[in-house]
Design a protein around this ligand. Structure first.
Ligand code: HEM
Length: 361
């Protein structure tokens, strides 16, 4: 998978996680001093215990909770997939370029693991747009990626050039996450977004039928025959753990670096989830600006003036016309019918009342 990364390259490199790799910043479990860690243990075990706290932090973050509870709209979820696509595109391009690296090669299996391609078809399906990169919901994110996304992609790009072995930690955090908690999220999303598998229309078995919009969560079986169920996913995770242990071997310095980098990967994912803290829908139509009276302002059309008048603001045009008619009529009565004696007074009162009534319109 060699899609061109659409993100702007950050001009300043993303700083390495601090402190330095030789003094990991993670705290494997509450109260456990770093010197008690047995670095002879397999890296898969060290990664699980060494990122326990970081996993809990990201799992309980508000953004992850919104995703896990299925609170995202279809478009919000599509935009989330676009952000993930950028991450996987960077990761998988780098892994592919480094496929002969002896640390990375035992877990390099794009046909089994690659996520950028299913994400791309999910986004097309969710946005009903084959050319999703030019859809407004995606293009805004691609043309000006939010800071957490830039940081994540920047880190992956930097590692690809400077320390490719550390990419193993990123592959671990993403792929094992997708094969674990990702499956819980999948079920919620399917319900919330009313996405169902193609089994009904195609006649395929439920397990083999993909769900358009959610193929990101679907993995093939290890033998390539059909779709993995939960049990098969456990086997894929075990295969990945064995591959990591084989690639890293007994290199204790590398183990420390990988645990440190995996914690950094969790932090970057927490940053990405931060983008989901608030509803993420496209901006609605702008509120009209508050009107400030200005003598230089253009006059409104008569239609606008009338509708404004009907809401009780300004002087109604119809009242003004009625006033002119009333004055004209009064003038006619006075001039032609006289204005003297009792009859004259009655006429005057009649006209006065009529005019008053019109002015109160
Ligand atoms: C949304 C909430 C999440 C839930 C409910 C959740 C749940 C779980 C569960 C139940 C497991 C254990 C699976 C097993 O032992 O087979 C697991 C493992 C894992 N999760 Fe999560 N997770 C969540 C979010 C995440 C996120 C955001 C990431 C990273 C991006 C992540 C990365 C991992 C990894 C790497 C493992 C494998 C740990 C190991 O066995 O070494 N999880 N998760």
């Amino acid at each position: 998978m060699t899609a061109v990364l659409p993100l702007k390259q950050s001009s300043s490199p993303v700083p390495s996680p601090s402190p330095s790799p030789s003094t990991p910043s993670f705290q494997p479990s509450a109260g456990l001093p770093l010197e008690t860690i047995d670095w002879t243990r397999p890296v898969s075990e060290l990664l699980r215990t060494g990122t326990k706290r970081a996993h809990e932090d990201v799992e309980h973050s508000p953004g992850a909770a919104r995703l896990a509870k299925g609170e995202l709209s279809k478009e919000e979820y599509a935009r989330w997939c676009v952000a993930l696509w950028c991450v996987y595109d960077a990761l998988e391009t780098a892994l592919s370029e480094q496929s002969y690296n002896h640390v990375l090669s035992p877990t390099f299996h794009p046909a089994l693991l690659s996520r950028a391609s299913p994400l791309s078809s999910d986004i097309s399906s969710l946005l009903s747009s084959p050319a999703w990169q030019s859809h407004p919901a995606a293009s805004s994110l691609l043309s000006s990626p939010p800071t957490p996304l830039q940081a994540y992609v920047g880190r992956l790009t930097q590692l690809a050039q400077e320390q490719p072995e550390r990419l193993l930690a990123h592959a671990y955090v993403r792929y094992l996450g997708d094969l674990s908690g990702g499956q819980i999220i999948r079920r919620r999303l399917a319900k919330q977004l009313s996405l169902s598998s193609l089994s009904a229309s195609s006649g395929a078995k439920e397990d083999d039928a993909p769900t358009p919009g959610l193929t990101f969560f679907e993995f093939p079986r290890l033998d390539g025959q059909g779709r993995a169920d939960t049990q098969e996913m456990r086997k894929i995770k075990d295969w990945f753990r064995r591959g990591m242990d084989e690639g890293v071997g007994e290199d204790e310095e590398l183990k420390q670096q990988l645990v440190d980098e995996a914690n950094e990967a969790f932090r970057l994912n927490a940053g990405l989830f931060g983008m989901l803290d608030e509803p993420w829908d496209s901006p609605t139509e702008e509120e009209p600006p508050e009107e400030v009276y200005s003598p230089l302002a253009k006059p409104k059309s008569s239609g606008a003036a009338e509708s404004e008048a009907s809401q009780g603001q300004g002087f109604p045009l119809t009242s003004f016309i009625a006033f002119l008619v009333a004055v004209g009529l009064a003038h006619f009565l006075l001039v032609t019918m006289g204005f003297t004696g009792q009859r004259g007074w009655e006429k005057f009162e009649l006209v006065q009342g009529w005019v008053k009534g019109k002015l109160e319109l």
